[in-house]
Design a protein around this ligand. Structure first.
Ligand code: ATP
Ligand code: MG
Length: 160
């Protein structure tokens, strides 16, 4: 079973709108996610500046996280306890700097994705593909900057 059986595309016109779309998405996915035996792992794909971190900020806000979300590019991974009943912890991974899937294993990734209390959002999931298993606990979302947009604020978000 997939949470979104059909591909769904949404256009966002601002970072604030991306955050609202993210908040709406996390509410839906929390409500429809079946009884969990492991974490929900979400791959956020798209170019630099496409809005992956902006989306993560919206998710964090919806989960009652007040700590500021900053891009974990240099630390690779950050953990945030939530105030949500759906998820105990948000795990934000930025795999941009990783060269081999094995590099994520030293971060205790296996244990984190085994814990059903975790919602794991991964920027640049392509870099750790070998550590991610396709299936009902993995959900890909793709971000792209729409061209021909004078103020460069249009982003297309595709839920696969
Ligand atoms: N509709 C939009 N949605 C999200 N961000 C937008 C939008 N319009 C403009 N922006 C701007 O685009 C940038 C998105 O940055 P963000 O850090 O979220 O990108 P990213 O995909 O995480 O990139 P990186 O791969 O470098 O981590 C921000 O500067 C934000 O203000
Ligand atoms: Mg980012």
């Amino acid at each position: 079973m997939r949470y979104y059986s059909n591909m769904k595309k949404i256009v966002s016109n601002s970072p604030e709108e991306t955050a609202r779309i993210a908040a709406e998405w996390v509410k839906q996915v929390s409500a429809t996610h079946p009884t969990r035996t492991e974490a929900l792992v979400v791959g956020l794909s798209g170019n630099l500046g496409a809005g992956k971190t902006a989306f993560t900020k919206g998710v964090a806000q919806a989960l009652g996280i007040t700590e500021e979300i900053t891009s974990p590019t240099f630390v690779i991974m950050k953990l945030y306890p939530t105030k949500s009943t759906s998820w105990k912890q948000l795990v934000h991974v930025d795999a941009y700097r990783l060269e081999k899937p094995a590099e994520v294993e030293v971060l205790g990734f296996e244990g984190l994705i085994a814990d059903p209390g975790n919602l794991v959002l991964i920027e640049w999931p392509e870099n750790i593909e070998g550590s991610l298993r396709a299936g009902e606990n993995y959900l890909p979302i793709t971000f792209s900057v729409l061209e021909n947009d004078s103020d460069n604020k249009k982003r297309e978000i595709t839920f696969q």
